[in-house]
Design a protein around this ligand. Structure first.
Ligand code: NAG
Ligand code: NAG
Ligand code: NAG
Ligand code: NAG
Ligand code: NAG
Ligand code: MN
Length: 629
């Protein structure tokens, strides 16, 4: 039967006996880092000479009489992943890691980043830069900027929250935070700067949409009418909000099928701020098919958003925004009394609950995704023992397998493919140059996902092809129990994720273990892999039927190994013995766990039954194809 193709080891819960050869684990390449205290300073070849860039930037800083200029790593839409032409912080510092803030003064240049990037920063930065492993940016600014001095920033790269916190601290110490309209890095970046993306923006086929854009606009318009503050307009800044609302997609941002845009709409008009030449005449027609009920989309250039909002805000209006994704650049254009502020915009909150068609689409994408992941795990089982697989080549093969599935549109984030001790590093990703061999002597963690026209996926499996230690098995089993116990929980409607997430930790807590990351996040239909506001953190909204969330407990033993087991689950109505509105999760990820790492004696009969039922579901729903397409 086709099932046999998947191999025996990881998935049959109770019967399994596979043996493997044991090649030696390869060591990580020694890392070549800068040393600024030798004479002359030692600069590795991987570092960028930033002397000229800094000289040019300092000329701009001086012309504006600033004492310091802050360079964050965001874009104007608070995107999780940013396009190359927004990687200002990477260009000015040389450091390409995805998190970090730079500050440049006339005499100093400093970068703050977290521990997962310290080594990378020491490899990529030259000695113009000081690396701050700890400490607060404002505290440093107060030592470098004189009383009365000006600290410049680009308001379109600051969230409202980060502006408020910098502003309060600097003002309290008699320094002034000044909003600078033209980004100073852009002014000096020159012709090296990657172009603004300009690929076509296209409408999704009807088969892949949950409802028409006109229905979505009507729905939000009725929410405006019901709202006590009587907003006259909704303003959308996050790229997935506009993509969702109009069922439009493109590819401006890596891993996310979005396009640079803003949307402002009222009861009588809809304005989409975008580069109009990127829309075909069919797409323009699609947005203007029927102009009754004020359902015609006016296209304005992306660069007009400031002026257009300013003009609209001068009238007798109330503009409804979600503060989480609105930049200070937009926020400062609108008088405070004309704002209706929520943490999440009505589009963000509405998008979080998938209708039945969207649910079916997301489920279907997870079935095909499971086929790709299972193919990969089976391939690993056969090929790891020969010692020819490494973290990077493995990740590439998984991308290839996903790419062969129907409706595939690339990965949904950079694959975390981590062997042995690397799996204990949060967000580790291998590179072509720096990676570890996979080995039957070590555990291997793979956290990956795909974009498909019908849905976005995200799944983590941890495997061991040899003989895991008793502690590794216990850790894995307790993580699995956490995943199972949260997945099978029945809870009252409108419970917040934060209230139930401890179920995913209890089996670890029982023996004094824990993990230090969130337990899950929402996910979209060919949108973001980390889709707010669903999840298990205090900033997430209450669980409701139709939401999708990941469930992903883990355990990390520094310098040794890491475990994470992640599934995506749909929130459904629970059937309870007594009447009442209760919710439960239905797992839509369909990839078996690793039998080799399960200590069955730790599972209760209910947990074991759950796993067996899950495997039964996998057999029914994810029959592997005999051949890739
Ligand atoms: C890995 O490094 C350790 C310590 O530096 C060394 O003893 C060991 O032989 C190395 N292993 C391999 C496979 O190179
Ligand atoms: C840098 O070089 C100095 C002087 O040779 C040495 O004492 C120091 O340990 C080096 N630092 C690093 C991080 O290698
Ligand atoms: C960096 O570039 C500057 C200006 O082009 C040059 O003067 C300097 O020698 C370079 N530094 C290093 C370490 O190569
Ligand atoms: C520049 O800023 C300083 C305070 O840092 C102030 O004393 C001075 O008057 C300013 N000069 C100009 C030309 O704005
Ligand atoms: C707008 O899109 C067109 C067509 O893709 C492109 O040629 C042009 O450079 C874009 N303009 C801007 C300002 O990005
Ligand atoms: Mn995830």
């Amino acid at each position: 039967m086709a099932w046999a193709r998947w191999g025996c080891c990881p998935w049959l819960v109770l019967l399994c006996a596979c043996t493997w050869g044991r090649p030696k684990a390869a060591n990580l390449t020694r890392e070549d880092v800068r040393n600024c205290s030798t004479s002359p300073p030692y600069i590795p070849v991987t570092a960028v000479n930033t002397t000229e860039r800094l000289t040019a930037l300092r000329q701009q800083i001086q012309m504006l009489n600033l004492s310091a200029y802050i360079i964050p790593d965001t874009d104007a839409h608070m995107s999780e992943y940013i396009g190359d032409h927004d990687k200002r912080r990477a260009w000015i510092t040389g450091f390409t890691g995805s998190a970090g803030t730079a500050v440049v003064t006339m005499g100093k240049a400093a970068l703050w980043t977290d521990s997962r990037y310290w080594t990378q920063a020491e490899r990529q930065m030259d000695c113009n830069w000081e690396l701050h492993r700890e400490g607060n940016i404002v505290t440093w600014l107060l030592t470098e900027v004189p009383v009365g001095g000006l600290v410049g920033f680009d308001p379109f790269l600051f969230s409202i929250d980060s502006w408020e916190s910098y502003n309060a601290d600097l003002q309290a110490s008699d320094r002034q935070l000044v909003s600078i309209a033209d980004n100073l890095v852009d002014l000096v970046w020159g012709s090296e700067r990657p172009a603004v993306p300009s690929q076509p923006i296209y409408a999704l086929q009807e088969a892949f949409i949950g409802s028409t854009w006109q229905d979505k606009v009507s729905g939000i318009r009725s929410q405006m009418q019901q709202r006590r503050e009587a907003p006259t307009a909704v303003l959308l800044s996050a790229l997935d909000e506009t993509a969702w609302l109009f069922n439009l997609r493109s590819s401006d941002i890596p891993y996310n099928p979005f396009f640079y845009s803003y949307t402002l709409f009222t009861d009588s008009f809809i304005r989409l701020f975008v580069n109009k030449s990127r829309l075909s005449s069919e797409t323009l027609q699609y947005l203007n098919a029927d102009c009754t009920l004020h359902m015609c989309v006016q296209l304005e250039d992306y660069s007009q958003v400031r002026d257009s909002i300013k003009a609209y805000a001068s009238g007798d209006v109330r503009i409804w925004i979600g503060t989480s994704y609105t930049t200070y650049g937009i926020y400062e254009l609108i008088p405070k009394e004309k704002l209706v502020e929520d943490t999440y915009s009505p589009v963000m909150v509405t998008k979080a609950v998938k209708n039945s068609k969207e649910q079916a689409l997301l489920r279907a994408s997870h079935v095909r995704d499971a086929v790709a992941v299972i193919r990969y795990l089976v391939w690993l089982e056969k090929n790891v023992p020969s010692g020819a697989v490494d973290e990077f080549s493995g990740a590439e093969l998984l991308d290839k397998f996903r790419g062969e599935e129907e409706f595939s549109s690339g990965p949904s984030f950079e694959t975390i493919s981590a062997s042995g001790l690397n799996a204990a590093l949060a967000h580790y990703s291998p590179t072509k140059e720096l990676h570890r061999k996979l080995s039957s002597d070590e555990m291997y963690l793979v956290d990956s996902g795909g974009q498909y026209w019908d849905g976005t996926t995200d799944i983590t499996r941890t495997v061991h092809w040899g003989t895991p230690s008793a502690f590794q098995k216990e850790a894995y089993t307790r993580v699995l129990i956490g995943n199972i116990d949260l997945s099978r929980l029945v809870f009252p409607a409108a419970t917040s994720g934060r209230m139930v997430e401890a179920f995913a930790r209890k089996a670890l807590w029982d023996v004094g273990l824990n993990y230090y990351h969130g337990t899950g996040h929402g996910i979209g239909n060919f949108l973001c892999v980390h889709e707010w506001p669903v999840g298990f953190q205090s900033s997430n909204i209450a669980m409701a039927k139709g939401m999708f969330t990941s469930i992903e407990p883990g355990y990390y033993q520094d310098g040794e190994f890491g475990v994470r087991i992640e599934d995506i689950a749909l929130v459904v109505e629970a059937e309870t013995k007594y009447p009442g509105t209760y919710l439960a999760f239905e797992v839509v990820s369909l990839v078996p766990y690793d039998r080799n790492l399960i200590d069955v004696s730790l599972l209760s009969p209910e947990q074991l039954q759950y796993v067996n039922r899950y495997y039964q579901t996998i057999r029914e729903k994810a029959p592997p194809r005999t051949r890739p397409r």
